[in-house]
Each structure stands twice: as structure tokens, then as C-alpha cells.
Write a protein of this length. Sequence first.
Length: 421
Amino acid sequence: MTANERNVWVGAVAATALLLNSPAPAYAEDGEPDQSQHSISDAIKSGKPIIDVRYRFEHKGQSGFPQDAYANSIRTRLGYETGDFLNFKVLVEFENVASLGNDHFNSTTNAKTQYPVIADPNATEINRAQVTFTGIAKTPITIGRQTYNLGNQRFVGAVDFRQNQQTFDAARLSSSSIKGLSVDYLYISRVHRIFGDDHPLGEFDSDSHVFAATYDAEKFGKLSGYGIFLDFDEAPALSSKTIGLRYENRFVVDTDAGLSVAFAGEYANQRDNASNPFDYSEHYIHAEGALAARGSTLKLGYEQLSGNGVIGFSTPLATLHKFQGFADVFLSTPANGIEDFYGSLQYDWKQAPFDADLKFFFTYHDFKAETGGADLGAEYDAGLAASFSKYITAELKGAVYNGVAGYADRNLIWASLRFKY
């Protein structure tokens, strides 16, 4: 265990000990119990269980492999979060990912390299174990193993699409005590990646910092700034410092018709950090416009991650499946960078048959190298997501990537059913 990790866990243990050994509730001068404090039993009784079960079928065909891959897997998370006791609350969550039947896929840890990769290896682990201090108004402080999503997850996210979630051994302070302003700080001592403990790069020892602030000026839009300083022992080439700004706004044109226009623009600069062997400075650009009317939304966008021919702008902690196509071709930015011109159409059908809320979507991506402009292929994504109740959701979606030299053609289908309480 590294010194950084030890400091985080010592803090978590100390906070837990304080919670469990705190004195009985105090009483006000009139003899009535002070309602700001509760007993441990009250904290447990007022807590909430965590139940999250997802079954998924995934099929993947990829040029260059003699056999298609298909996986049947089930992910189960069980846990409990207590209520407040003396301004502390505790959350513990266990996670298990299990393959159903024979493995006809390369999970990255099962040595079945004759199949394409479907990165859902079997795993059993403590997914979250955290203590949160709530004694400062609108300023929670959380220590321990936790999830974290920065904004739209382009740079830091929990990767909830994959069965094994990405979590962080970290200390986090966030505050929304000033109207319209939210600030966030996260120190990361270890990253638990989606590949699990059996993979050689399943964990990163880390000495990383994330700073973020967002100001919501209501009708004048929302401005966000962030600084991400990554330092990884196991992957020094991914150590970087990224500073960026994002602005977004939405205007209602016609309330009766549900007509609105939205747009977002973002820029970030990234440089090498810590023991990264490369000396570089690259940038990220994103622009998106959206037009919505009566349940339909049309989006057009452009995203660029630059590259210098040796190394590209990197986002190792991102929820990568959300960006540049569901086929996950460009999980690592090519050395010459990448440009993604995309368009999407979505239709939301509320209270469809069986009282379900349905979402239909289609997206097209056209990829090019940022340096040199070489063609990097195109992708078509489509799907249907359904919500049957507060607890039950389902999804069916597919992706077809038409590749070029160095990037194999591939097609994928997913079908999932989830219960979350």
C-alpha cells in the first residue's frame, strides 16, 4: 500500500471510529432531545439499501478474428447507506460480475484471445466504502472508495456502461453554499479500473488532483472550469495536466410547441505531467448545437482531440463509451489526433404502451485524423431505451463501424435489463 493510499484509508477508518464511538445524543436545556443528533440505531434505520442488478447480452463481430464474441453477464451490487449520525454517514457497497455459461469472448483476463474483446471480466470486490461528513451546510466531505463524475464525464467518470464500475480511493470536498456556484475538489490515491484486480493494469496507484467549478447564471448560461492533474505510477505516459473551460446555454423559443435551442462549447489544453516521458502540449475542442421540439431532438457536433504524430490528447479516466461512437474504436486517441463530426436524432415517447417511457436514438460519426486529415472511418449507432418504472429499465442498441487500414470493421449488439433500487 502506498503512502498516499494509506493516508486516505487512515482518514476513512478514523472517521468511522469517530462515528461508532461518539457519545449518546445531547439534550437541549428544556430536557427534550436535540434533534440535530440521533442514535446509531436511528442512523441505520433511516438509511437506505442499495440493490442494483443488470443482465446484459453483448455480441461483437470484428474483422481479423476467426470467431464472433458473445457474452451473457450479470452484474450485482448490494450495499447500504446509513442516515446521518453526528453529521456522519457511511456507505458500503459490494459488487459481483459473473459470466453466465461458457465464455465466448475475451474478457481481457480469461486468455480467450481468439475472440474480440468484451471488457466485462468476472470480479467480486468492494465497489464503494466511504464516510461522508455533512456538518458544513451544503459542503459534504467524502473519504474512501467512491464513484465520481466530472460534468459530462469526458475527462473523469464512473464508466457505468461496463459491468465493473470505475471507482476511486479518494477524498472529495464539494460545496454549493453560494447561490449558482458549485465547486469540487478530488484527491485520488488509487484508481480501480473496469478491468478488475486480475488485470495487470486493473489498478493505478495515483497522486492526482481534480479541481472544478461551475457557475449557473440561469438565462445567461452555465460556465464551468476545471483543472485535472494526473500522476500514475503504472502508466506514466498517461500522466498529464489539463485545464479547460466549458460554456452551455439553452433558449426556449416556443413553450407550447416545446421548441428550444441549445448549444455548448468547450476548450482544454493538456501538457505532460510528473514522470511522463513525452514532452507535449495538445488541445481539446468541442462544439455542439441542439434543436428540440415535441419530444424530438436533433444534435450536430464536432469534437477534436489533437495529436502531434507521437502522442495524442488523452482522457484515461473518462467514461469513454459515451464519446466517439458505441463501438469503442478510439478508446485511446491516435497519435495524429482525431476529429469527430457527428449528428444524432432522438425521440422521447412518454407514457407509451405498458406505461413505459421510451427513447429512440440514431447517431452518425465521421472520423478523421486531426493532423494530416486521414480518413479514420465512420460509424452508425442506433438504439431503444425503455423505463418501465422507477426501478426497472431496459436497453437495446447496436453499432456498426466501417473501418480503414489499421482500424478493423466491427459490429456490436447489446440487450440489457436492469433493476435498481
